[in-house]
Design a protein around this ligand. Structure first.
Ligand code: F6R
Length: 615
């Protein structure tokens, strides 16, 4: 994870770097720092905690508001991997107060390099893997190399996934940058250039952006950008025009971005729908592009919440299109020898388009000969650029660390894809598709109805906020919702929570039930509800506090539940396939309100980051 920014050729470079860092806090927020070359010295300011601490420190120490007048500066916001959260471990890391480096990723062979450098007389001040970089640069510059030559020698020494920017007082008008698996964008300006972990972090400075490819390195000056591939050959990378920044994204009157993102679902989901359904009932997904020539098995991989969306997708595609679907956790996929027998296409799902696990799974699938597709929110992200075909959720930036609107929009696309595949492979008739599209168009309204239940959910949250552990249950289509509800709750409230398939309780987890343990069940009348209600009854008779989120019929059957949230009835079986959309709202609101009651940092919970770019 971590975010890097650099500016060269602007008088207020350090101020612009801080502006860029503000947009990169989603990549990590446990410490931040900035280095600038000013008056022949290296100015270094670092602080623990969120970026605001760094900004306050800069204002205090450099009260001319421009921090310091330097035309070259690099900055970093950290998500700790090696070494605890401290000022010493915050980036930039330096060598002899002459070289400074900011880095995102992991130098896997740092131990061996570090031992060698220590033997050569270099002193390490941090516990980070990154600190080998400035010392290596120092070593090679000292032995007579220029910044480009030194950078190339450094690249020969290191292994791992990384994106870094290096500066040296010996070359005050140059930056050396390189990337391998971690993202890095170059922004091209007028007599100035910019570097950022994503294009968004620099799009207040320029709209002309170039992405480095894996293994590339570049020498950046204020008037020149020279990019080289892994064989040191100069290459031209495509310049693309990105959208101009329309001001900073705000909370729009809500207390948290997460709250805003939950409540904007009814207004942003129509954008996802209108991208994939034209003229009321024409499905706009190109199955040929998807790589489906025959009735093959579809492979879906993703991480976290996006993986739970994949679980729902599997259910739908198998049910509606009668196509086999294999789902796999992205972090596991490439570490097995997966068989691709009967498969021709893979689909990855990622809000950020940057999760390294998902990216690596994608590359592995590509190597195995699968055509690659993505459901992705961030256009031009690494995953978007590397797949054959992207399906965009288009729900706008998601800032809160916990995924909310991205989950429901991923579900929309998966459902529409299931219908498209059903038409092609399972004889789904045009008339039926028309009805299904009408159901889909009605979903934003149904989501708004669910949001009206907020007060009731708040009340329940107050009642269970002190629980040590909370259990979520679901069956079939709603089992992934139980997993998602538990994930949402644990990540922002820090309460231990587990999701189980209701039928699995008796195979072990029921041992966790004791007096007052909250058990939250998602349930709809799908013909199997009586079995699920029996599972709930078993928890009830062992003292659990039962919270049932269900339709009227189920609520009437489970009169023993302590709290009930009634969702609108589904009039037919097909419509009840859409229950995961509606159930996502109480899952999100419960987590949000419990976290609020406990006073945690909802948008930036501890130990997490929005974009997970380490393995
Ligand atoms: C949970 C959450 C994470 C992400 C996961 C994948 O609320 O946000 O579990 O879903 O890290 O991220 P993307 O979808 O960006 O690949």
């Amino acid at each position: 994870m971590c975010g890097v920014v650099a500016v060269i050729g602007k008088q207020n470079a350090s101020q612009l770097v801080v502006e860029g860092l503000k947009k990169l806090e989603y990549r990590g927020y446990d410490s931040a720092g900035i280095a600038a070359a000013y008056n022949g010295t290296l100015q270094l300011v670092k602080s623990e905690g969120k970026l605001v601490n760094l900004i306050n420190k800069l204002k205090k120490e450099f009260n001319d508001k421009l921090y310091f007048k330097a035309s070259i500066a690099i900055g970093h916001t950290r998500w700790a991997t090696h070494g605890n959260i401290s000022v010493e471990n915050a980036h930039p890391l330096t060598s002899e107060n002459k070289v400074a480096v900011v880095h995102n990723g992991i130098i896997e062979n740092y131990e061996a390099i570090k031992n060698k450098l220590i033997a050569e007389g270099y002193t390490f001040r941090s516990q980070t893997d990154t600190e080998v970089l400035p010392h290596l640069f120092m070593k090679y510059i000292r032995s007579g190399n220029n910044l480009l030559q030194a950078g190339r020698l450094v690249l020969r020494d290191i292994k791992g996934a990384f994106a870094f920017v290096a500066m040296s007082l010996d070359f005050p008008n140059e930056l050396f940058i390189s990337r391998n698996s971690s993202p890095l964008a170059i922004g091209l300006g007028e007599k100035s250039n910019f570097i950022g972990s994503d294009a968004h972090s620099i799009n207040h400075l320029t709209q002309r952006v170039m992405y480095l490819e894996d293994g590339d390195h570049a020498l950046i000056k204020s008037e020149d950008v020279n990019v080289f591939n892994a064989n040191d050959e100069e290459v031209n990378r495509k310049i693309i025009n990105i959208k101009a920044e329309i001001g900073l994204i705000t909370k729009g009157g809500y207390r948290h971005f997460m709250e805003k993102e939950i409540f904007e679902q009814p207004s942003v989901i129509p954008q996802t729908i209108s991208t994939f359904i034209k003229n009321q009932s024409e499905i706009n997904i190109d199955l040929n592009k998807l790589g489906f020539k025959h009735k093959n098995t579809l492979l879906i991989t993703a991480a976290g919440t996006s993986y739970y969306a994949a679980m729902v997708g599997k259910y739908w595609i198998e049910h509606i299109a009668d196509l086999p679907v294999i789902i796999d956790l992205a972090s596991e996929y490439r570490y097995r020898k997966p068989s691709v027998f009967g498969q021709s296409a893979m689909l990855v799902i990622s809000q950020s388009g940057e999760s390294l696990d998902t990216l690596m799974a994608l590359r592995h699938g590509k190597k195995l000969g699968l055509s690659t597709n993505a459901i992705v929110n961030v256009e031009d992200s690494t995953i978007d650029r590397e797949v054959d075909y992207s399906l965009y959720t288009r729900v706008g930036a998601e800032i809160g660390v916990a995924s909310t609107k991205s989950f429901t929009s991923q579900l929309i696309i998966l459902f529409i894809m299931a219908v498209a595949l059903g038409k092609k492979f399972n004889n789904l008739k045009t008339n039926h598709i028309k009805n299904i599209c009408a159901y889909i168009h009605a979903l934003p309204g149904a989501l708004a109805q669910m949001l009206n239940m907020e007060n009731k959910i708040k009340f329940i949250s107050q009642n269970i906020k002190n629980a040590k552990s909370i259990i979520f249950l679901g069956r079939g289509l709603l089992y992934p919702l139980a997993l998602e509800g538990a994930l949402k709750l644990k990540e922002i409230s820090y309460i231990h929570a587990e999701g189980f398939a209701a039928g699995e309780m008796k195979h072990g987890p029921i041992a966790l039930i004791e007096d007052e343990v909250p058990v939250i069940m998602f349930l709809v009348s799908d013909g199997n509800e009586d079995k699920a209600i029996s599972n709930l009854q078993e928890a009830h008779s062992r003292g659990a506090k039962i919270i049932l989120i269900a339709d009227k019929n189920c609520i009437e059957k489970a009169i023993f539940a302590h709290f009930k949230i009634e969702i609108p009835n589904f009039q037919d079986d097909f419509k009840s396939l859409l229950s995961p959309f509606l159930m996502a709202i109480p899952a999100q609101l419960l987590a949000y309100h419990i976290a609020n009651e406990r006073g945690t940092d909802v948008d930036q919970p501890r130990n997490l980051a929005k974009s997970v770019t380490v393995e």
